[in-house]
Design a protein around this ligand. Structure first.
Ligand code: ADP
Ligand code: MG
Length: 240
């Protein structure tokens, strides 16, 4: 579903991603971890071309992401992105936040888009918030709206960039629970997160990055019980 082949990216003369090779299968849940500044956000932002790359290839569900002929709107419709800072449209209701893209990009009838939005709000456990504005919701509720908004495009892949890092501790689990449900339903997911309990429970694979290099990838069991690289061991000793 996602294939990185010898991907290199530079910010100016800083080689932020170095020779990344990565292959993610349909339905796989991959957690990306590593120290701050290691290139995790950059890596996942390349998947829907929020960031361009300078060398190598990224193929997502058959689309060569950096080919100028690739239709970015359609690529991004297939790849949902959930940010640390929710990024909801503040002047729109929850319902309008969710229905905007299905109506504008997918050409869905408003009534169908609203039915879908209500189903998704039920799925993320806030069926009663459709008429609220983002500022009237808690952080955990806003992030669940952001997930519902991503799902409304019926994406084939969902990307999460530290979706719980801006939340108060008591709200983290309500967001992780929604992500766990998606994972169990077979969604292909790439999640940058420091929630190692989540990683242990639902990841098929954990990737560790440091200094723009993909240092290690393994099953959660092997990753935690038998890390291979000294940098991985050092990172785990700080966060576990
Ligand atoms: P992470 O998500 O692992 O914390 P990032 O991918 O955000 O790491 O950043 C990796 C490195 O690239 C950091 O050193 C960061 O300062 C740098 N960086 C990120 N975005 C930009 C940018 N737009 N321009 C220049 N440098 C950047
Ligand atoms: Mg980041």
């Amino acid at each position: 579903m996602i294939r990185f082949s010898r991907v290199n990216k530079w910010y100016g003369d800083f080689n932020v991603l170095q020779d990344i090779n990565l292959h993610i299968k349909e339905g796989e849940v991959v957690v990306v971890c590593g120290p701050s500044g290691s290139g995790k956000s950059t890596l996942i932002r390349c998947i829907n071309r929020l960031e361009p790359i300078q060398k190598g290839d990224i193929v997502v569900d058959g689309h060569n992401v950096n080919d100028p002929k690739t239709n970015l709107t359609m690529l991004r419709a297939e790849v949902g992105f959930v940010f640390q800072q929710f990024n909801l449209y503040p002047h729109m209701t929850v319902l309008d936040n969710i229905t905007l893209a299905p109506i504008m990009v997918r050409g869905m009838e408003r009534r169908d888009a609203e039915d879908l939005a209500m189903q998704l709000l039920a799925k993320v456990n806030i069926p009663d918030k459709a008429g609220h504005f983002p500022c009237q919701l808690s952080g955990g509720q806003q992030q669940r709206v952001a997930i519902a908004r991503g799902l409304a495009m019926k994406p084939r892949i969902m990307l999460f960039d530290e979706p719980t890092s801006a939340l108060d501790p008591e709200m983290i689990n309500e967001v992780l629970d929604v992500m766990k449900t998606l994972a169990r339903e077979g969604m292909t997911m790439v999640c940058v997160t420091h929630e190692m309990g989540f990683a242990r429970e639902v990841a098929d694979r954990i990737i560790f990055m440091d200094g723009g290099v993909l240092i290690e990838e393994n099953t959660p069991h092997e990753f935690f019980s038998n890390p291979q690289n000294d940098r991985t061991k050092d990172f785990l000793s700080k966060i576990l």
